[in-house]
Ligand binder design. Structure first.
Ligand code: HEC
Length: 254
């Protein structure tokens, strides 16, 4: 019985592994050297700020980020007055007032980023039937994370490779599952003019916005890593102290 179970389990595992290997063979991600990867890595705040500029000026025409309060940007270096000014530039729905009506007011840092469309149907209607996903957690939601987002944004090919029949309104993308995507190739050289003077190539824009989306998906990543390092150091010191006191206590008993 036991042997049978083991056999079934290992067969299932082997199949699963084969499936996973196949899936990863299908796409080749253009892996980047991210300053935030690794145990000691931290988010490149300047890059994330540029990435926010790309989100604001390009992506936010179609994609919401509705789980993210505007003040989250304090984590990449926005000062209080900058956050207030930024928030005030958005209109958010509030209410109901005494008459029971909803009304619009200028945003506050505690508000979440307003969505470009009132609901999913409106978003689909404006995008040829495809729904632009909310970007709050996209860096966590896609296998490959920021490497996938970077590869996706730089992976459009026009015209599509020979032999590919695109459906009307669809675009060819190297890494998107099935390769036909409802999103147009949106990043252009100098599509944004960076406030810090960085040259806005397509690769630079893709890298910056991927860094920004990694940050919003996990705004406390840096602190979490720092805490981890502190905890390990503390445990090492504690282990040393315990060992020293054990030696001291037992030395009198011999
Ligand atoms: C003109 C509207 C439009 C703009 C602007 C736009 N997108 Fe999209 N995006 C879409 C649509 C529509 C989809 C869904 C495509 C589909 O499912 O076929 C999508 C899908 C995506 C996906 C998910 C891909 C996947 O694997 O499911 C990501 C990531 C993404 N967009 C990122 C961005 C970023 C970052 C920007 C800004 C640089 C941006 N988009 C700008 C319309 C847009």
């Amino acid at each position: 019985m036991r042997a049978l179970k083991t056999a079934i389990l290992s067969a299932a595992l082997a199949l699963g592994l084969a499936g996973a290997a196949q899936a990863s063979e299908a796409v080749h991600l253009d892996k980047q050297n991210w300053p935030h990867s690794g145990v000691f890595g931290t988010i490149d705040k300047a890059a994330a700020q540029r990435g926010f500029q790309v989100y604001k000026e390009v992506c936010s025409a179609c994609h919401s980020m509705r789980l993210v309060p505007i003040r989250t940007l304090a984590g990449i270096g926005f000062k209080d007055d900058e956050l207030k000014a930024l928030a005030a530039g958005y209109e958010v729905q509030a209410g109901p007032n005494d008459a029971g009506e909803m009304f619009m007011r200028p945003g506050l840092p505690a508000d979440r980023f307003p969505s470009p469309f009132p609901n999913d149907n409106a978003a689909r209607a404006a995008n040829n039937g495809a729904l632009p996903p909310d970007l709050s957690l996209i860096a966590k939601a896609r296998v490959g994370g920021e490497d996938y987002i970077y590869s996706f944004l730089t992976g459009f090919e026009d015209p599509a490779p020979a032999g590919v029949n695109l459906m009307p309104g669809m675009n060819y993308n190297k890494v998107f599952p099935g390769h036909q995507v409802g999103m147009p190739n949106i990043l252009q050289p100098d599509g944004v003019t960076y406030a810090d003077g960085t040259k806005a190539t397509v690769e630079q824009e893709a890298k910056d916005v991927s860094t920004f989306l990694t940050f919003v998906a996990e705004p406390h990543l840096d602190e979490r890593k720092q805490m981890g390092v502190k905890v390990i150091l503390f445990l090492l010191v504690l282990a040393g102290l315990m060992y020293a006191s054990k030696r001291k206590l037992w030395s009198t008993l011999h």
